[in-house]
Design a protein around this ligand. Structure first.
Ligand SMILES: *[C@@H]1O[C@H](CO)[C@@H](O)[C@H](O)[C@H]1NC(C)=O
Ligand SMILES: *[C@@H]1O[C@H](CO)[C@@H](O)[C@H](O)[C@H]1NC(C)=O
Ligand SMILES: *[C@@H]1O[C@H](CO)[C@@H](O)[C@H](O)[C@H]1NC(C)=O
Ligand SMILES: *[C@@H]1O[C@H](CO)[C@@H](O)[C@H](O)[C@H]1NC(C)=O
Ligand SMILES: *[C@@H]1O[C@H](CO)[C@@H](O)[C@H](O)[C@H]1NC(C)=O
Ligand SMILES: *[C@@H]1O[C@H](CO)[C@@H](O)[C@H](O)[C@H]1NC(C)=O
Length: 598
């Protein structure tokens, strides 16, 4: 099997070496993408509404694929975008480079004193959700512009009209990593897997480099990319198979698929808990706040989004914070994250940013800077006079000219959009939630005010404890000695990925995440290993059988003594079951049950 995959890769590589380039439009792309005034500041604007006045939707990648015209334009525009010369500030390279490396000034927005060895992106910060809005809008605005230009290149008038219509409400697709794939399809969509593809366009059918497979550096600036061995690779990679070749190891997207599919139940459970029991923007938004406030709710949308970085990269570019945005997957992943944020906002319309100290240094603000909803989201300008977007201005998606189908204008009965969304989340994420499973199994003989107990492992750690991303795995019983087997071990009951930057060891700011344990415990109840979910049964069981292990970014085991600031505890909460489909379970305050490491 491995061998066949290898042969497939060799053939693929030969094809790509010999012929695959970006799509050849037969026109000078440089003159097409050149700005009229290269010195004018770059402004992130609102994209135009659809011709019927509605706000166009960002669609799931598979729905875009099903629409020939939109799909062709997406691939062609991305291919063209990636071909733009890297010295252009509106090239794929420089737009991706805003987030992390090469740590240079973009759009004339210079570094804060002492902060020049960072990208602009705020992590462990209350600005995490809103900063990505103008960032993705900038990326979307470039694709929109290119899609429009490409649509006008088709010679056949009928066809041109169809492509122009598709371009007029084109928006960035997202990949829904929190839902199972449609029957017969891979979880990680196959459109990311092949290094080359056959693509129709205004200059005919061509075999091109698949712009969703990787970004190909031109030229490669290894010094700017810092981290070996990734810095010497000509293109971005996922699950690079370093067993095969030291020089340019192939991406093993099948491994990414397996790893992310294995995380799906946990992702659904964590999102469900986040939607049902996190009601404050600060603790919802980032992985630094809850610890700084001594709260016992330690999950966040940022911590859940980290899972897709860690396993989507599987030691490739996505796993390294400052390299991650070069992988084209980054933008589809962040569009999904933004979609989840906009859903949460609909559920919690009055929740908003309260001032919080930043947990990490960015290019324009040192760690420890007080941030609030009017802090500028640098380097994104909302106007040529140098005004920056801020969080208050970025509070809705509509101001950027896009929406998601879940949270705007949901069709159907007269139910409020909020109730429709709760119903949708209960059916979707509730599938992997103990509460909804209990609701189903008790449908016949429900008592009002029904409660049960949920179990959660809480982790926090010094940011930069290991100088790179790492994962903590929890097992019921002895873990295997084979680190590679941990992620899919039958006795794995959960894991938490810590997505963090190198070069910040010794930092005392902390980041947190959680692992829900209840589903695994319910299975053990069904098997007779535990009597029930109550503390009297669960605590002695966990004391006897719960183990954890830590894997570093190199895939090797790390001893917990080496991880500074590590804290692991188990807590439980009483949860009241919802009494209707438009209610969520109601979580009581957590009680600390076991301190496993401090
Ligand atoms: C407007 O057009 C879009 C297609 O661009 C369509 O999806 C949407 O349903 C239309 N909205 C209304 C209110 O007609
Ligand atoms: C132009 O495109 C349309 C739609 O794809 C197609 O039906 C038609 O045959 C084409 N016309 C010519 C002259 O190729
Ligand atoms: C990927 O390549 C294989 C082999 O060339 C092909 O059969 C398959 O359809 C391709 N998949 C996609 C999504 O293009
Ligand atoms: C990377 O690209 C450079 C320039 O195109 C080329 O010389 C080099 O051989 C490539 N490296 C690998 C490992 O393919
Ligand atoms: C959190 O708890 C620690 C130790 O109990 C205490 O030193 C610290 O002041 C508390 N912080 C806040 C923000 O309450
Ligand atoms: C918000 O923070 C900015 C600095 O980022 C500061 O100038 C402003 O006074 C703060 N506003 C409020 C309301 O605290």
């Amino acid at each position: 099997m491995r061998f066949l995959v290898y042969i497939g890769w060799v053939l693929n590589s030969i094809v790509s070496l010999v012929s695959a380039q970006d799509y050849d439009f037969g026109v000078d792309v440089v003159s097409l993408t050149r700005r009229q005034d290269p010195n004018a500041p770059i402004v992130v604007s609102r994209l135009p509404l659809a011709s019927n006045g509605s706000t166009p939707l960002r669609l799931e990648i598979r729905d875009v694929k099903a629409d020939k015209y939109k799909w062709d334009l997406f691939i062609l525009a991305l291919s063209m975008f990636q071909s733009v010369s890297q010295d252009d500030p509106l090239s794929y390279y420089q737009v991706a480079g805003i987030h992390g490396v090469p740590f240079v000034t973009w759009n004339g927005v210079g570094p804060a004193a002492g902060a020049s060895q960072s990208g602009y992106c705020p992590h462990s910060s209350v600005l995490f959700p809103t900063w990505h809005r103008p960032y993705l809008a900038l990326y979307e605005q470039e694709l929109f512009k290119l899609a429009g230009a490409i649509s006008r290149m088709f010679n056949n008038a009928t066809e041109r009209l169809l492509y122009m219509q598709a371009a007029s409400d084109f928006r960035l697709p997202y990949w829904d990593w929190a839902s199972p794939a449609p029957n017969g399809q891979s979880h990680f969509p196959d459109v990311f897997w092949n290094s080359t593809m056959t693509q129709y366009g205004p200059n005919g059918v061509q075999i091109i480099r698949n712009p969703l497979y990787s970004y190909s550096f031109h030229p490669l600036d290894g010094e700017a990319l810092i981290w070996p061995p990734l810095r010497s690779w000509n293109e971005t990679k996922r699950a690079p198979n370093t067993d095969i070749s030291e020089l340019e190891p192939p991406s093993m997207n099948d491994q990414v698929n397996t790893a992310l599919l294995a995380k799906l139940p946990e992702i659904q459970q964590r999102l469900y808990i986040l939607f049902s029991s996190y009601h404050e923007f600060d603790s919802f938004s980032n992985k630094n706040y809850a610890i700084s406030q001594n709260l016992s709710y330690l999950d966040s949308i940022e911590a859940i989004h980290d899972i897709v970085h860690i396993y989507g990269g599987s030691r490739g570019h996505m796993t390294y914070v400052p390299l991650s945005s070069f992988d084209p997957l980054f933008f589809l992943h962040h569009a999904m994250t933004d979609r989840l944020i906009s859903m949460w906002q609909l559920l919690n319309p009055t929740a908003w940013i309260t001032p919080q100290v930043s947990g990490e240094t960015t290019y324009t603000a040192l760690k420890g800077t007080m941030q609030n909803s009017s802090t500028p989201l640098t380097p994104f300008m909302s106007s040529a006079d140098g005004t920056f977007w801020d969080s208050d201005m970025s509070r809705t998606t509509e101001v950027f000219g896009y929406a998601y189908g879940d949270s705007s204008a949901l069709p159907g009965d007269g139910d409020s959009p909020r109730n429709k969304l709760i119903r949708k989340i209960n059916r979707w994420l509730g599938k992997n939630s103990p509460a909804m499973i209990r609701v189903k199994s008790q449908a016949q003989h429900r008592r009002p005010n029904d409660h049960y107990t949920e179990w959660i492992a809480n982790v926090h750690v010094n940011h930069g404890a290991l100088g790179g991303s790492f994962s903590i795995y929890f097992f019921a019983g002895d873990p295997s000695d084979d680190v590679d087997a941990w992620g899919v071990a039958p006795n794995l009951i959960g894991s938490v990925g810590i997505f963090t930057m190198s070069g910040m060891s010794g930092s005392h700011s902390k980041i947190s995440g959680t692992v829900p344990l209840t589903m695994a415990l319910m299975k053990l109840v069904n098997l007779g290993a535990i009597t029930d979910l109550e503390p009297n049964s669960v605590v002695p069981f966990l004391q006897k059988t719960l183990h954890f292990r830590i894997a570093g970014i190199d895939g090797k085991e790390v001893s917990p003594e080496q991880v500074t600031g590590l804290y692991i505890s188990i807590s439980s909460s009483r949860v009241r079951l919802p009494e209707s489909e438009v209610e969520f379970p109601d979580w009581g305050r957590p009680t600390l049950r076991l301190a496993m490491w401090e």
